[in-house]
Design a protein around this ligand. Structure first.
Ligand code: SF4
Ligand code: FES
Length: 276
């Protein structure tokens, strides 16, 4: 069964009122990058269905701390689906079972009393585990550094609307700009490809006139950096888009490929500079 089939829309019984449920957690514990790591079973009774997954982990951590045990390390910041830092696998699905929902926005009403949850970090070589559920996603920063910028003219700000942008281009750029850099696409992909992330960055800059000056150099450099960092190739499986909490469509990768082919062809046909 694929992630697309496993992922469900938000439950319709969300208005049925809060309940307390008992859960059994199997959590990945790893002391540091060089530790082998192991699954640890933790009982989590009396969890409110109104809590988010991260709030449930807060409660579990408080209980662990009171009991003299090390709390579970997990990454978070905004807790409202914006920053992309909270990614984790829940029962084998990136960000858990709800479609278009980050782990921080996943509520415990998505689970039932007595359920067992397997909570693990992203599994991909370019995202090494730092501790427990926290992985190092700085490989994404290096892809951004390779071309995720535009050349901005100095001086006063241009007049509003002086640069017309076709509606379809603006919509495509805006849709791609929704990417929050969470890494779920990589974790869900059997090839650990970051092509959906890279395509989102290439698209949101390249579709707008302000980002066209570097369009060819950008796609070449970002894809080369993606490959150098050890991310796998895209084979159009589509798990990335199914796992993406911002529903970045697979067509974004097709757009990247078109840009890449155009840039590679033009570079090959460009006349060599004369020597001497
Ligand atoms: S493309 Fe989607 S899954 Fe991948 S990093 Fe961006 S928001 Fe996360
Ligand atoms: S904590 Fe920011 S997206 Fe989840």
């Amino acid at each position: 069964m694929t992630a697309t089939e496993l992922r469900a829309p938000a439950p319709s019984d969300a208005t049925s009122g809060p309940r307390l449920i008992d859960l059994t957690l199997h959590v990945w514990r790893q002391d540091g990058p060089s530790d082998r790591g192991r699954m640890v079973t933790i009982d989590a009774p009396g969890i409110s269905t109104e809590m988010s997954l991260l709030e449930m982990l807060d409660v579990v951590n408080e209980r662990l701390t009171i009991g003299g045990e090390e709390p579970i390390a997990f990454e978070h910041d905004c807790r409202e689906g914006i920053c992309g830092s909270c990614g984790m696998m829940v029962n084998g699905i990136a960000h858990g079972p709800l479609r278009a929902t980050t782990a921080c926005q996943l509520h415990m009403r998505a689970f039932h009393d007595g359920q067992e949850l397997w909570i693990e970090p992203w599994r991909a070589e370019p995202f090494p585990v730092i501790k427990d559920l926290v992985v190092d996603r700085s490989a994404f920063d290096r892809i951004i550094q390779a071309g995720g910028y535009i050349t901005a003219p100095t001086g006063t700000a241009p007049d509003a609307n002086s640069l017309p942008v076709p509606k379809a281009d603006a919509d495509a750029a805006f849709e791609a700009a929704n990417c929050i850099g969470c890494g779920a696409c990589v974790a869900a992909c059997p090839n650990a490809s970051a092509m959906l992330f890279t395509a989102a960055k290439v698209t949101h800059l390249g579709m707008l006139p302000q980002g066209r000056a570097e369009r060819e150099a950008r796609v070449m450099s970002m894809v080369a950096t993606h490959d150098d960092l050890g991310f796998g190739s895209c084979t159009n499986i589509g798990e990335c888009s199914a796992a993406c909490p911002k529903e970045i469509p697979l067509e974004t990768i097709a757009r990247l490929n078109a840009d890449l082919w155009r840039a590679a062809r033009r570079r090959r046909s460009r006349p060599r500079r004369q020597r001497g």
